[in-house]
Design a protein around this ligand. Sequence first.
Ligand code: PNW
Length: 465
Amino acid sequence: MKYPFPKNFVWGAATAAAQIEGAWMADGRGPSIWDAFAHTPGKTNQNQTGDVSCDHYHRMEEDVALMKAMGLKAYRFSIAWSRIMPLGRGAVNEAGIAFYNRLIDALVAANITPWVTLYHWDLPLALQMELDGLLNPEIADHFACYAEVCFERFGDRVKNWITFNEAWCSAVLGHGIGYFAPGRISQTEPYIAAHNLLRSHGKIVDVYRKKFQAAQRGQIGITNNCDWREPKTDSAADRAAAERGLEFFLGWFADPIYFGDYPKCMRDAVGDRLPKFSAEDRALIKGSSDFFGLNFYGGMLASEPPANRDMTVTAPTGNGGMAADQRVELSDDPTWEKTDMNWNIVPDFCRKMLNWIDRRYGHPPIYITENGMALPGEDDVTVAVCDERRIDYIRRYLEACHAAIHEDKVDLRGYIVWTLMDNFEWALGYSKRFGLHHVDFTTGQRTPKASAAWYAAVMARNGLE
Ligand code: PNW
C-alpha cells in the first residue's frame, strides 16, 4: 500500500438533518428557520424545500444498510432540534427522541461510530420568531438546555459530539448576505450572531464537561469551515491580505476558542461592531474544544485591493466573508479545475490549511469533518454511477492529508466525506449532487456511485494504493 493511514484513523461520511430527513411535519416535529426560508418564494433553486428530500426519516434502516454495505467506520449526522423540542424550549417530543435512538442503535449494531452534530443550521422557527434567534444573547441558554437533553438521552452511545457546524455560514450567509436562513442582510448582525454562537458553544461544552464527560467518556468540539487563501504574488501586501483573509474566515471562530479573543485584525477593522467577551464568557469559551473540526472545500488567490475598490459583496456564496471589513481581493487561477459548485480543486491547499491550523493553534488533534465535490450531470443516474472524477478528487485530497500527517507531522485523525447521498443542497436545492450514492428524488431510490465502492476499499485497507 502506497499511502497507509494511522491506526485508528476515523473514516466516515456525513449528512445533515435538514438536508436528508424530509418528513418535515411528521410525529410532532416543529418547523425550523430552513423550512420557513425554503417556503419563501425566491429563496431557493426553483423554490425547492427539504419537506421530503431523501425521506431518510422513513428510510433510515435502508440507509444504515447502505452504510454497512460499504463498511463505513463512522457516520456524521445532525440532530434536528425541532424534532426534539418542537418550539426550541419546553416540552420534549418523545417521537423525535425515539427516531434518533433507533438510528443510533442501528449504527452501533452495524459497528459504525456515530459522530453527532448538535446544530447544522436548522434553528426551531419559534426561537427565531420569539427571540430573534442567534441575535439574542439568551439563545445560549436554550442551546445548552437542548444539548443537555441530547447528552442525557444519547450520550450512553454517542462519544463524539460536534456543537456547531460552520458557524461562519450561519453568521455570514445567514445574517450578512441573506443567502441562507434566516435570510438577514446586515453588516452588524453577522458579528452578533457569531458571538452568540461562540457563547452557546462555550455553554454547551461546559454542560457536557461538568455533567456528562466523566461518566460518558466522549469528546466534544466544534467544526468550522475555511477556504485557503493563497497570496497572489509574493509581495508583503498580498501575503498580509491572505493571512487577513484566513483570520477573518477561521480565526474569527477558532481564535476565541484557542486564545480567548477575536483576531487583532478584526478588532482593528470592525471596531465597535465586533462584540466583546465578558470574563465569564471567555472562561467558558477558551479551551472549549477537545479537537479541531474542519470542513474543507477550496480556496482562492488573495491580494491587497486597490485603495478605492468597493468591496461590498453581493455574490450569493459570499466567499469573501465580511468583505467590506476584511478588504481582501479574491481571484482564481484560470488553470484550476472546478467542481459543479464552482469551487477550485487544489488539494495542496488542504495540506496548507492543515499546516496553518497546526501551527497557529498549537498542534491540535484535527478531524476533517467534511470534504467532497459536486459533479454536473448527475441527475441522470447512468451518468452519476460513473463518478471517476469524484474518486480522483477524494484520492488527491487524501494524498494531501497523508502528506500533512506523515511529512508535516500534523495530528490529523480522521476524514469524513461530504456526503453519504445526494441531498437538499440548501439554497441550491436539488441542483447540486455531492453524494457517494445517487438519490432519485421522485422515487427515493438510492444507487451507489463508483465512488462508494472505491471509498469502501480505501476504508477496508486503511489507506490508498
Ligand atoms: C457545507 N458557501 O456548507 C455544509 O456543512 C453542508 O451542509 C453543505 O451541503 C456542504 O458544505 C456543501 O455545500 C457550505 O457558499 C455551503 O461558501 C455553502 C458554502 C460553504 C459551505
